[in-house]
Design a protein around this ligand. Structure first.
Ligand code: ANZ
Length: 857
């Protein structure tokens, strides 16, 4: 492929051969360990650059190749800028994919997992990723998961880890519970099967205690995280503000509280709805007539068969049953029938709503389906006309006469009136705007002790227990009389028993429950106890792993607080947008918990975040079944590591998807050969000539050195590669047409190319560096500082004549405009002197070269 098109100088030189370069430099780097993080007395400023660590499910693929190429550019860049860079890697090696594959092959999950890790690790080394190989962690090592257990105990002590029975998401295929975050559009995130609800006792982390801080602290990340991710986090937490209103239910001892965002519409409530799968619904039905009980039981059974998708489908006809009970509206004493209907969710707000059919579409659909009353309490025409600044009692009495509202009647149109307006039919609220009515009604409720301002969140507590083998055992004992005993810290880790002899097939309970020897033990007081058989969600493992990298081999603590002070939080995090909610939210939560416990001094784990796009093929995600899978190993064999890495950087802005059909790794390889030949030519030219060399080339080199930091720091890697290509072309031109490869400007430019290229194409850059006569490694150099004098724009000399005589010469920009040039000329001391007292009659300007001034007298 590589032959020399240029001149005789390099005609019999060796050829660019990526295989030879890879073979040559990899062992040298193994010796040199250029990216081992240096020790504490290092005076350089620090940067913590982190790539999301992978699952060890098979060899590296194209997606990894992109992510690790981009993270590597950033890590290598800071290294070139003279920073002490921490760039670690590890494996997120517990979890379902590994266990599933192990079951399929009938082997131990360990074997499969660690084989894959070995393969990925060697692929990463060949891929020249600048990781610190002394800090590798595997979350499935007892040396790691012991600290998951420690973390669990810390949360348990604080009341932030607890067990409760509730309706949970259950994947019938994987036979495991799922966190809300793992249910995507009603389906299991992993296997895409429809998720059902099951009542189980499970462990939770109380992330809802942190909802406000998780929301408010997003402001710290504004501008440093993709705005899309910040928005997704905000929506996920989903804070709603409004009021809690207490209703008395006739014949029921406890009051029922509802959450509403529209307490202003309280006078328009005409019935109440409770979630059929709530305890409240069962209680109310149980206290009712046998007919109601039977109808309710039948309805509940039907609801439990429906999926989450069906339940949240607003176009589905409304269903429900009356519970034969009445709630009393606290503001006007009206009796509201209580219904159970599945459009109300058990686990949002209080699982019950005051239904205001005139102003809420779901309530209106329900009211129309079951012929329930509809009462308008907001005059939405008032806001449309905006014409009633002050409402008098007389106007209100005549309100209906003044405006015919029937065209807006929700009972007729089927459209709820959700807009703003002025309150009507609402006693003390009449005439008020929405905001004022909300404020007023909350005052009234608070005064009467029947309600208060309230917030509600979409965020649920984090369900962390899993009924699977390949995870961190939960460090709790259960006594026969039902007590929970946390295992002492000094007893950690609770190791997983051997998987041999255990049935790992998913069956709804943890395989560990059947490991008799392991599960049966004694409590500290000597009484028999059973270990908790569940394991932790692997998102627990990854919620704090960035801290473990700081002291990965310390077997006395989870992480070193002093090291955390030095390195953390992570300066730059790089990874896929698929983790925009789950992993990032959990890591943010755990960081805040660790802050509250005094282990870290910061409240956000990742200061800046880059989400790379996906690598597609022919417009869609690569998959074996679609037949558009591009194998990374094939690409590396054909084009080499450098060309693949460079292609990833050159393809476009890193946030965008890359379609592999549209890019050219062959083109990248060609460019690398061109760049490499420059160094080859310089080497063959021998001695560099004296002097500074060609000025235009020098200017271009220094301009690029000046621009490169801004381009990398704003992630414009593709632009930087394009600029490198331009510079390589310019050097080639200078060699072929100018002073040849001995020109000092050629050497200077080629050195700059080698150093900059080391971020993208480490093998080619290292070989260029050697050809330029230096020791390895180029990646440990510092980026040369541009010479300021070479950055100033070129200037031209403008001549100023007065009455035909040259009076001054001005150095001006070639872009100077006529007005500016004339002003400069008139301001020249020599010109002013030459004109003296005479009057100027004519000025002719030919920018940028000449100004002619004619005078009279
Ligand atoms: C009365 C009302 C009148 C409401 C009105 C809205 C409009 P967001 O914004 O999502 O927080 N709601 C409360 N708990 C519910 C539950 N468990 N299942 C289903 N719906 C529930 O929505 C809050 C509103 O959703 C609440 O305000 C309540 O209906 C309903 F003109 O109360 B509203």
């Amino acid at each position: 492929m590589a032959h020399h098109e240029h001149g005789p100088i390099a005609s019999d030189a060796e050829e660019y051969d990526f295989r030879r370069l890879q073979e040559r430099w990899l062992p040298v780097w193994d010796e040199l360990q250029p990216f081992a993080t240096s020790d504490s007395d290092d005076k350089r400023p620090r940067k913590y650059v982190l790539d999301m660590f992978p699952y060890p499910s098979g060899d590296l693929h194209m997606g990894h190749a992109e992510a690790y190429a981009l993270g590597d550019i950033i890590a290598r860049y800071w290294r070139l800028q003279g920073f002490n860079v921490l760039h670690p890697i590890g494996w997120d090696s517990f979890g379902l994919p590994a266990e599933g594959a192990a079951i399929k092959r009938g082997i131990d999950p360990r074997e499969w997992t660690y084989d894959n890790i070995a393969q990925q690790r060697s692929s990463m080394r060949r891929y020249a990723t600048s990781f610190d190989w002394d800090r590798v962690i595997h979350t499935s090592d007892p040396e790691y998961y012991r600290w998951n257990q420690w973390l669990f105990l810390k949360l348990y002590e604080k009341g932030l880890a607890y067990r409760k029975a509730s309706w949970v998401n259950w994947c019938p295929f994987d036979q495991t519970v799922l966190a809300n975050e793992q249910v995507i559009d009603g389906r299991c995130e992993r296997c895409d099967n429809i998720v059902v609800k099951k009542k189980l006792t499970q462990w939770y982390f109380k992330i809802t205690d942190y909802a406000d801080r998780l929301l408010d602290d997003l402001n710290q990340l504004e501008g440093k995280w993709p705005s899309k991710v910040i928005a997704m986090q905000r929506n996920w937490i989903g804070r709603s503000t409004g009021a809690d209103v207490d209703f008395v239910i006739e014949g029921h001892d406890e009051k029922v509280t509802v959450f509403t965002t529209r307490p202003d519409t309280l006078f328009g409530a005409t019935f109440m709805v409770v979630a059929p799968d709530s305890d409240l619904a069962s209680q109310l039905a149980a206290e009712s007539t046998p007919e109601v009980q039977a109808a309710f039981a039948e309805y509940l059974a039907q609801v439990q068969k429906s999926t989450e998708i069906e339940r949240q489908d607003t176009t589905r006809p409304k269903t429900g049953v009356p519970l034969g009970r009445y709630a009393i509206n606290p503001v006007n004493g009206e009796r509201l029938p209580v219904w159970a209907a599945d459009y109300v969710l058990a686990d949002y707000g209080h699982g019950a709503v005051m239904a205001v059919p005139a102003h809420d579409q779901r309530d209106l659909d329900f009211a129309r389906a079951f012929d329930l009353p509809i009462k308008v309490v907001v005059d939405v025409t008032a806001s449309i006309t905006g014409a009633i600044p002050v409402i008098t009692p007389e106007m209100l009495e005549n309100a209906d006469a003044v405006r015919d509202l029937s065209s807006l009647d929700p009972a007729v149109t089927g459209e709820a009136l959700t807009g703003d307006g002025r309150m009507i039919n609402s006693g003390p609220l009449d005439g008020l705007s929405k905001q004022n009515a909300i404020r007023r009604v909350i005052e009234l409720l608070e005064g009467a002790g029947t309600g208060r301002a309230a917030k509600t969140y979409r965020l649920r507590d984090w369900l962390i227990s899993r009924q699977r083998y390949w995870g961190t055992p939960i460090p709790i004992l259960h006594t026969e009389d039902g007590r929970e005993i946390p295992i002492a810290e000094s007893e950690l880790p609770v190791r997983l028993p051997d998987s041999r002899g255990l049935d790992l097939q998913p069956k709804g309970t943890s395989p560990l429950g059947a490991a008799d020897e392991w599960v049966n033990t004694t409590a500290p007081d000597g009484t028999p106890a059973r270990r908790d058989p569940d394991t932790m969600d692997t998102f627990v493992d990854s919620s704090w792993y960035f801290l473990r990298f700081l002291s990965p081999n310390d077997d006395t603590k989870a992480f070193d607080v002093k090291e955390a002070e030095k390195w953390a939080p992570v300066d730059q995090y790089v990874g896929g947008v698929t983790h925009a909610i789950l992993h990032l939210l959990y890591a943010r939560f755990i960081t805040k918990v660790l802050f509250d416990l005094g282990y870290v001094t910061f409240t956000e784990p990742f200061t800046a975040l880059l989400n790379q796009g996906m690598v597609l093929m022919d417009g869609s995600a690569m998959s074996k079944s679609r037949g558009n899978l591009v194998r990374l190993s094939d690409q590396l064999d054909e084009f080499g590591v450098d060309a693949v890495r460079l292609t990833m950087a050159f393809a476009g802005p890193p946030e965008d998807d890359i379609d592999w059909a549209d890019v050219s790794p062959a083109g990248s390889a060609k460019f690398l050969a061109r760049a490499w030949r420059l160094a080859n030519d310089v080497q063959l030219a021998g001695e560099t000539a004296s002097g500074e060399g060609e000025l235009a080339l020098r200017r271009q080199t220094h301009r690029l050195l000046a621009d490169a930091p801004g381009l990398v720091e704003s992630f414009k890697f593709n632009v930087l590669v394009a600029r490198l290509m331009e510079l390589v072309n310019a050097v080639r031109k200078t060699i072929d047409q100018g002073a040849g490869a001995a020109d000092p400007a050629v050497r200077e430019a080629t050195e700059a190319v080698a150093i900059l290229l080391s971020m993208f194409a480490p093998y080619a850059a290292e070989d260029m560096w050697a050809k330029l006569g230096y020791q390895p490694g180029v990646a440990m150099q510092t980026l040369p500082k541009p010479d300021g004098r070479l950055l100033i724009e070129e200037s031209v000399t403008a001549i100023v004549q007065v009455d035909g005589k040259v009076r001054d010469r001005l150095e001006v920009s070639p872009q100077v405009d006529a007005g500016e040039l004339e002003a400069l000329a008139r301001a020249s001391a020599a010109v002013v002197r030459a004109i003296g007292e005479r009057e100027i009659v004519n000025v002719i300007v030919r920018a940028p070269r000449v100004v002619n001034i004619a005078t009279k007298g």
